[in-house]
Design a protein around this ligand. Structure first.
Ligand SMILES: Nc1nc2c(ncn2[C@@H]2O[C@H](COP(=O)(O)OP(=O)(O)OP(=O)(O)O)[C@@H](O)[C@H]2O)c(=O)[nH]1
Ligand SMILES: [Mg+2]
Length: 216
C-alpha cells in the first residue's frame, strides 16, 4: 500500500508483524508507536494496528503497522492481514530456539500470502536477556543471509534497535518505490519520444509493475 495524500503525508506504508506467540510483537509495536512497554502483556486476539508518521529521505511517511496473534487459534484471516503489505517484521525470541526454527514457517506463510516484493526484516527480540540466549547472533545473520532478509537483534524492553528496525524497513521500501517510479517515468518518456527509435522493454525497466505504487 503506497498512496499519496496531500498535506498529511507523502506515503502510507503497511507493515505487518509476524512471529510466534510471546516473542514480543505487540511490545515492539507499542515501543515504536507510543514508547511504551508492558512486562505482563496479554496475547493478542485478532488484529490490531497502530500508526506513526516519520521522515524518510525528506518525505513524510505514515507507517501503518499491523499486529496479530502468533497463536493460530486467535489469528485473523491470513490473506486480509497480508493484503497491501509492503514490509514485514518477522520476530523471534533469542531465548527460545523454537521461535527461531519457526521462522521458516513464517517465511512460507509470507511466500503464500504476501506480495513477492515485500521487504522483510527479521528481528531477534529480547536481546536484553543475553544470559538466557538460545540463538546466537551469528545463527541469526546466517539465516538472514541465506533467505535474503534484513536482520537486527532488538529489545522492546530496553528500546534497542526498535527505531532502527522500522527505519531500515521503511528506507528500503522507499528506495524500491522511488526506483519503480523512476523506471515508469523513463518508460513513459520513451513512449513520448518515438522518433528516438530505441525500443525499451517496459517490463524489464520497471520490474514488477502490478503493485499499486504511486509516485509524486
Ligand atoms: N525481556 C524482554 N521481554 C520482552 C521483550 N519484548 C516482549 N517481552 C515480554 O514477552 C512477553 C510477550 O510479549 P508480547 O509483546 O505480548 O508478545 P506477542 O509476540 O505479541 O505475543 P502474541 O500476541 O501471543 O502473538 C511479555 O511478557 C513481554 O513483556 C523484550 O524485548 N525483552
Ligand atoms: Mg501480541
Amino acid at each position: 500500500m503506497a498512496h499519496r495524500v496531500d498535506h498529511e503525508y507523502d506515503y502510507l506504508f503497511k507493515i505487518v508483524l509476524i512471529g510466534d506467540s510471546g516473542v514480543g510483537k505487540s511490545n515492539i509495536l507499542s515501543r515504536f508507536t507510543r514508547n511504551e512497554f508492558c512486562l505482563e502483556s496479554k496475547s493478542t486476539i485478532g488484529v490490531e494496528f497502530a500508526t506513526r508518521t516519520l521522515q524518510v529521505e525528506g518525505k513524510t511517511v505514515k507507517a501503518q503497522i499491523w499486529d496479530t496473534a502468533g497463536q493460530e487459534r486467535y489469528r485473523a484471516i491470513t490473506s486480509a492481514y497480508y493484503r497491501g503489505a509492503v514490509g514485514a517484521l518477522l520476530v523471534y525470541d533469542i531465548t527460545k530456539r523454537q521461535t527461531f526454527v519457526n521462522v521458516q514457517r513464517w517465511l512460507r506463510e509470507l511466500r503464500d500470502h504476501a506480495d513477492s516484493n515485500i521487504v522483510i526484516m527479521m528481528a531477534g527480540n529480547k536481546s536484553d536477556l543475553n544470559h538466557l540466549r538460545a540463538v546466537s547472533e551469528e545463527d541469526g545473520h546466517a539465516l538472514a543471509e541465506r533467505e535474503g532478509l534484513l536482520f537486527l537483534e532488538t529489545s522492546a524492553l530496553e528500546a534497542t534497535n526498535i527505531e532502527k528496525a522500522f527505519q531500515t524497513v521503511l528506507n528500503e521500501i522507499y528506495h524500491i518505490i522511488s526506483k519503480k517510479a523512476l523506471a515508469t517515468q523513463e518508460a513513459a518518456a520513451s513512449v513520448a519520444l518515438p522518433s528516438q527509435g530505441t525500443t525499451i522493454n517496459v517490463s524489464d525497466a520497471s520490474g514488477n509493475t502490478k503493485k499499486g505504487c504511486c509516485s509524486t
